[in-house]
Design a binder for this molecule. Sequence first.
Ligand SMILES: CC(C)(COP(=O)(O)OP(=O)(O)OC[C@H]1O[C@@H](n2cnc3c(N)ncnc32)[C@H](O)[C@@H]1OP(=O)(O)O)[C@@H](O)C(=O)NCCC(=O)NCCSC(=O)CCC(=O)c1ccccc1C(=O)O
Length: 302
Amino acid sequence: MSLGKSGRSKAPQQEKDGFHLVSNKDTQWHDRTQAQNFKDIRYHTSDEGIAKITINRPEVHNAFRPLTIQELRTAFALAQDDVSIGVIILCGEGPNAFCSGGDQTLRGEGGYDDGTEPVPRLSVLDLQVQMRRCPKPVIAMIAGYAVGGGHILHMVCDLSLAADNALFGQTGPKVGSFDAGYGSSHMARIVGQKKAREIWFLCRLYNAKEALEMKLVNSVVPLAELERETLRWCRRILALSPTALACLKAAINADEDGQAGIMELAGQATRLYYLSEEGKEGRNAFVQRRPPAFRSIPSSRL
Ligand SMILES: CC(C)(COP(=O)(O)OP(=O)(O)OC[C@H]1O[C@@H](n2cnc3c(N)ncnc32)[C@H](O)[C@@H]1OP(=O)(O)O)[C@@H](O)C(=O)NCCC(=O)NCCSC(=O)CCC(=O)c1ccccc1C(=O)O
């Protein structure tokens, strides 16, 4: 037990993190869906700095088709490039499904085909990479089914908050599909080798409590509180250093993403270097046609 300046003893208190003080009130969403002409998704932003991307095909438990993926990719790019946005929520429309994976009625030869692309594609893999590379935290807000490719989408989010009605699982081997990328290796890093094999080899569904136990999700809350609790997590994130979070996301990914992962972390280092006196001196010297005076800058001396 430490002694404060007053000499009184101060027991350690978890509340010192201040998380209980973060508001969970509703937010005012601005609907950007029509402005972007989105058909399969909804895109909302709040003045607080939150973007919410909703897969909007509840009639098929929010299964995705190529158009859905194109729109998700556009929405993630919008949120990433919007400097007023600091955190992104991915969710499904309605209480029954986050996402049920690829739309099986549109599986053509070698991929999914809804006529919007020249050949059948598995473009959800590009979306997964885009979400991992996004320097802003992405939170999966999961109500109902998160299965197949939908389960993988929540796994590639940085954080997953689940409602108590959420159900998780892979169905690929039932319907003639598998994800040998993040869907396998990232899953095994999250839940461990044996559990990952069980999830894929048995194709069972796991409830929210089981998902929490196997560290697939960060927290479970009653369905009625899901969005408010997610907003609370968003507000806490928005109060923290964006650069620190971007570097941490890149660092945590780097271990798994090889050279491409290291590049993300390196890109953040270069951005910080460009902002430094030393980085600016190199540019200024070139523009002013003089030799750079790097060693005259105190912060550049190592
Ligand atoms: C989720 C269920 C268990 C829910 O069951 P239930 O509550 O009884 O509802 P249903 O009556 O089955 O569904 C209601 C309605 O929705 C339709 N539907 C549901 N899921 C899909 C779907 N994925 N595709 C198309 N349609 C769907 C269902 O047919 C009903 O329609 P009606 O007209 O009302 O009859 C259950 O729905 C279920 O098991 N769904 C299927 C889940 C599934 O198998 N998903 C596909 C897994 S494979 C995949 O996602 C691959 C994706 C991919 O692109 C990929 C490929 C290669 C590498 C990586 C990836 C990747 O995703 O990362």
